[in-house]
Ligand binder design. Structure first.
Ligand code: NAP
Length: 253
């Protein structure tokens, strides 16, 4: 590709939260952005924010855990926006419960969206990256990868994504493709609001309590994560691969 050609980025779970902030940020970096989410109509806000700022974006409805939908979505993106060479595997769900109450269905749902979804998306997009001899993959892990009460499924999936990331870095490096993982701490989104609701706390109070445990004394915003992702997906980050960056306002024990 010529240096003037616009790179195409794919952000899964881009309708809201960290995914929406990332899509907007990557568009500001000059990328054309495919915004994937379960419901195509739900991607409208993110796409409009990008186009209103003069950027290029496409809304794509796709369940990242469904092989046929992923293949069709990536083919459509390649056709309508161009070959994708940046992928952010961000789509995620929670199904928290203590182990003795966790259903097999809740285990499977979390594994399917986070792990199977990242696998299917990466496999579908990598051929375009290999053809271009350039690629950037970022997988969203979490501070929960280090273990978190009530999240046996989620912690296992997020730790699994770190191993997945390092393996992609080793397999794809010779094709100019890097793979890195960003592991957020507490970020204000619908996901953390759902956690506050589940434990019966007011969301504002939940954030205030969380901030006291964070060295920088505040909770994170989606833009904090988008900044880290923008670094890893940049042309200048070609020698940084297989890394896990915790973006959590401080070190984690
Ligand atoms: P969020 O606000 O809940 O957004 C997640 C998005 O992913 C939603 O739009 C959701 O769509 C979509 N999604 C869910 N399942 C999908 C599927 N199968 N296919 C396509 N899209 C799907 O979450 P967030 O807080 O922004 O989190 C983004 C990522 O960061 C997740 O991987 C999460 O685990 C990770 N993370 C978040 C935090 C945090 O504090 N917020 C901390 C660490 C890691 P629906 O609304 O239709 O379900």
């Amino acid at each position: 590709m010529s240096t003037t050609e616009q790179r195409v980025a794919v952000v899964t779970g881009g309708a809201r939260g960290i995914g929406a902030a990332t899509a907007v940020r990557l568009a500001a970096e000059g990328r054309a952005v495919a915004v994937i989410d379960l419901d195509e109509a739900a991607c409208k806000d993110t796409v409009e924010r990008i186009t209103a700022a003069g950027g290029k974006a496409l809304a794509v409805g796709c369940d990242v855990s469904d092989e046929a939908q992923v293949e069709a979505a990536v083919a459509r993106i390649a056709e309508e926006l161009g070959a994708p060479t940046i992928l952010v595997n961000n789509a995620g769900v929670l199904r928290d419960n203590l182990l003795f109450k966790m259903s097999a269905g809740d285990w499977d749902t979390v594994m399917n969206v986070h792990l199977r979804g990242a696998f299917l998306m990466s496999r579908a997009v990598q051929k375009h990256m290999v053809d271009a001899n350039f690629g950037r993959i970022v997988n969203l892990s979490s501070s929960s990868a280090l273990g978190n009460r009530g999240q046996a499924n989620y912690a296992a999936a997020k730790a699994g994504l770190q191993g997945f990331t390092k393996t992609l870095a080793k397999e794809l490096g010779k094709f100019g493709v890097t793979a890195n993982s960003v592991a957020p701490g507490f970020i204000v989104t619908e996901m953390t609001k759902a956690t506050a609701d589940r434990v019966g706390m007011d969301f504002e109070e939940f954030q205030t309590a969380a901030a006291t445990q964070i060295p920088v004394q505040r909770v994170g915003r989606p833009e904090d994560i988008a900044n880290a992702i923008a670094f890893f997906t940049g042309d200048a980050a070609g020698f940084v691969s297989g890394q896990v960056m915790y973006v959590a306002g401080g070190p984690l024990n």
